[in-house]
Design a protein around this ligand. Structure first.
Ligand SMILES: [Zn+2]
Length: 467
């Protein structure tokens, strides 16, 4: 047992998507995270299908959290012969079960759409089907925070709360070789303090080396107070003019946070009362997973839950189940708030709400998440006067507003504060899950503020950690 230890960065190296890190300890190899690379269809397909070592040769797999860019490619791995377990937290397993099923469904729909339009190429073949998702889910082995387990007799793993989404984990590996030990920390995605529902990110014990995300390595988010205030103001002025607030949002995490914040504002009388419709079947499933895991809540949410309160605003909230119910919201006359996926307006039920409501100057489209280049959300934020929605041109009359403080990722200040609070600090830090600019900027700051050697690895670059 034991032997040389190395790590190779096979995904999310100088980019924010497709997390995949390959750890080798002696004869054994495993992946930490196996996420979907999300980008241009043909390029993404090649990257997602190609594994550096045969999936059947991997001994195991450890997952940080349920976002698809961290777990969404596991069924591809399984479809190509991976036969081992998938270690994760319990909430991650529950969220991933329906998120992976939805991912398979969307791939199938996309392939059928391309086939109908005569564009079927290699990239149009789904990466995996429902059967591979079922197989993947059957391999989940779940672990609690602060409950170390032996991945192998000489490798101990422990999860800590990363405060990023429900069930998200910071992971430590402790490798043993005779009397010696080496500790490696993996941040996964690092969350932020002072957000609704979830606890603040924990610190794991000291490590010799760590892999840290750097999504916002060059940015600072608006404060939680400013974000709450901005939300309240946008809702108040829209309701005052008799309009509706359309909030494009990811179904898992962001929707629950926005609803919990709105609920608090309305309950306190800070914000005018208005019905809130969550028009996303997946958001409903996700909220059910949240309510099954009060052990993951911060003190305030846990206390409200214990008192029989409703931190997710159930009484005020209406879930919209069917597409017909969704369309019937168009006939509502009174002001309301509608939260629907997708977060960047690239699909989902938000589209028909936009088709119906974008032209009306009484309404507001309120963005609460990042809008990627080339997306409808980005075009709206960039002040387009007319956009195509569901194949039809729509003139933009509604107010367009954005709040960046709901981000689930630590910003530069929060990343640096988190690292410098580790005692002692790691000797080596590898920055991943960030585009080159943000990663290099964060590397510069960390080199000034810590004694660590800081690396921004290239894709597939391998580093020896311990001999
Ligand atoms: Zn994430």
């Amino acid at each position: 047992m034991g032997g040389p230890l190395s790590i190779a960065f096979q995904g999310a190296a100088r980019t924010v998507t497709g997390s995949r890190h390959h750890i080798r300890f002696g004869e054994r190899t495993w992946l930490f995270d196996c996420g979907l690379y999300q980008g241009h269809r043909d390029e993404a397909d090649g990257i997602n299908r190609t594994f550096v070592s045969p999936p059947g040769s991997l001994d195991t797999l450890v997952i940080s959290h349920a976002h698809l860019d961290h777990i969404g490619n596991v069924p591809t791995l399984v479809s190509q012969g991976y036969a081992g377990r998938v270690h994760c937290t319990t909430p991650t397993a529950e969220l991933a079960a329906f998120m992976l099923a939805d991912s398979a469904h969307l791939m199938q729909q996309d392939a059928e759409h391309l086939a109908r339009h005569g564009k079927a190429r290699a990239g149009a073949r789904p990466l995996y089907g429902a059967q591979h998702v079922t197989e993947t889910v059957s391999r989940f082995v779940t672990h609690d925070y602060h409950a170390p387990w032996d991945l192998f007799p000489d490798v101990r793993v422990e999860y800590f709360d990363a405060g990023h989404i429900l069930g998200s984990a910071l992971t430590t590996f402790t490798f043993r070789n005779g009397e010696r030990t080496f500790r490696l920390g993996m941040s996964g995605d690092l969350g932020r303090g002072h957000r609704p529902i979830l606890r603040d990110p924990e610190h794991h014990p000291a490590v010799d080396a760590m892999v840290l995300e750097s999504t916002y390595g060059d940015r600072f988010h608006a404060s939680a107070d400013a974000t709450t205030r901005g939300l309240c103001e946008a809702v108040s002025r829209t309701i005052a003019r008799g309009g509706r607030v359309l909030i494009p949002s990811f179904a898992v995490g962001r929707t629950q946070e926005v609803v919990a914040t709105l609920h608090g504002l309305i309950r306190d009388g800070t914000c005018p009362d208005a019905p809130i419709f969550v028009d996303s079947p997946m958001a409903r499933e996700a909220t059910e997973v949240f309510t099954r895991h009060p052990e993951c809540f911060d003190a305030e949410t846990a206390e409200a839950f214990r008192r029989g309160g409703e931190p997710f605003g159930f009484r005020r909230l209406r879930y919209v189940a069917t597409p017909d119910e969704s369309r019937s919201l168009n006939d509502l006359r009174e002001p309301c708030i509608i939260v629907a996926a997708s977060g960047m307006c690239e699909g989902g039920r938000i589209l028909h709400h936009l088709a119906h409501g974008l032209g009306d100057p009484k309404n507001t489209v309120l963005f609460v998440g990042y809008q990627g280049d080339g997306t409808l959300g980005r075009r709206l934020l960039d002040h387009a006067t007319t956009v195509n929605v569901l194949g039809e041109p729509v003139r933009v009359g509604a107010e367009i507003a954005a709040l960046d403080g709901f981000s689930a990722h630590a910003d530069q200040g929060e990343l640096v504060a988190w690292v410098t609070a580790l005692d002692p600090m790691p000797k080596r830090i590898f920055l991943v899950h960030g585009d080159l600019g943000p990663a290099e900027t964060l590397a510069g700051v960390l080199r000034q503020r810590t004694p660590a050697e800081v690396f921004v690895p290239e894709k597939n670059q391998e580093f020896a950690l311990w001999s």
